[in-house]
Write a protein that binds this ligand. Sequence first.
Ligand code: ADP
Ligand code: MG
Length: 437
Amino acid sequence: MAAGGSTQQRRREMAAASAAAISGAGRCRLSKIGATRRPPPARVRVAVRLRPFVDGTAGASDPPCVRGMDSCSLEIANWRNHQETLKYQFDAFYGERSTQQDIYAGSVQPILRHLLEGQNASVLAYGPTGAGKTHTMLGSPEQPGVIPRALMDLLQLTREEGAEGRPWALSVTMSYLEIYQEKVLDLLDPASGDLVIREDCRGNILIPGLSQKPISSFADFERHFLPASRNRTVGATRLNQRSSRSHAVLLVKVDQRERLAPFRQREGKLYLIDLAGSEDNRRTGNKGLRLKESGAINTSLFVLGKVVDALNQGLPRVPYRDSKLTRLLQDSLGGSAHSILIANIAPERRFYLDTVSALNFAARSKEVINRPFTNESLQPHALGPVKLSQKELLGPPEAKRARGPEEEEIGSPEPMAAPASASQKLSRQCLQGRAVS
Ligand code: ADP
Ligand code: MG
């Protein structure tokens, strides 16, 4: 099975593009200033990462069932016909020797600049439990993953772009949530219960009441992220590997306000998502709570597949609302974001069926077209010159409404820690007590 640029595929892409236009992106466009031309499409980028054998059993007794062919393609044995292999082509293929830096620099770093243009971006790690999603997103003390690297770079970028004397003042906030059994839980405020996902009149997806913490340094980020990760970790131990059964969503917002007339403001959202395991839980013979969890997870990931199919076929109705995950991703898939899906796969034979299904999902996803646009409007006080206090710089008006008084804190102005040490600290602490998932 090879992916090519057939006429049929191009037709599907065009149909998907129109579906995207009538989703949030299209509606928003009309209310944006300066958005007179239709924004160019940006296909969802899809990368596949094959992890190395982790149990030390690699060798003649268990040869890998996947083989990389070049930097974009791979092949896997066809279980229906052993003489054949199934071939796949993606935007990038990262083999078992690839490093965290390869994945970050090759597939994630290039999309970060769009946040400063007021556009949305998202990174999703997909794949069966044990295939390396958390390693890719979070990493280890020695090998920090996408999350610490992206935060480090983004904070650096916003500090440079928002420095005194530059035209725009920039501020960054973070939220961190988990979707577990179709409930949206605020990991920065675990007592807050199930939260509701809404869409504003411009097609932006919002979660009223979700904590948003201002961050101006990597130390700020760690201060909020580490305890929140531990909240999730406690659950993992108590609730039988909960972390592999929930979707962890880190949301980083970059807010920009123009210092001089015409006093525009822009907001770019970055989603960094460690999805629940995509394995077929019916095969695992789960019972009780596990079965209930599996059902919910299957619903979310099943609907994700249906959303991708509906976008590809240009169907008039895209079933975003059928699950919390897809509702949240509405502006990230077939919507307004620059998206990258990293499908994580494992070389061991016992993963074979899940690997094929992850690859098939990844192949379908790469045909989805997004239509990113700049999320720009005038500042509410645009009629007069603004003197932005540090408090004002901390977030958009809706962020302030959603925040409680204890969250109105000001990010510490301390300089950023050196990348390696800060990332290591983050990863080391995150991984302490983390259940294998
Ligand atoms: P998932 O989150 O998909 O369930 P993990 O990220 O927890 O999977 O990975 C499962 C195991 O494999 C962990 O012990 C992890 O450290 C290891 N692992 C995953 N990817 C790699 C890699 N690229 N290199 C080395 N070890 C890896
Ligand atoms: Mg995991």
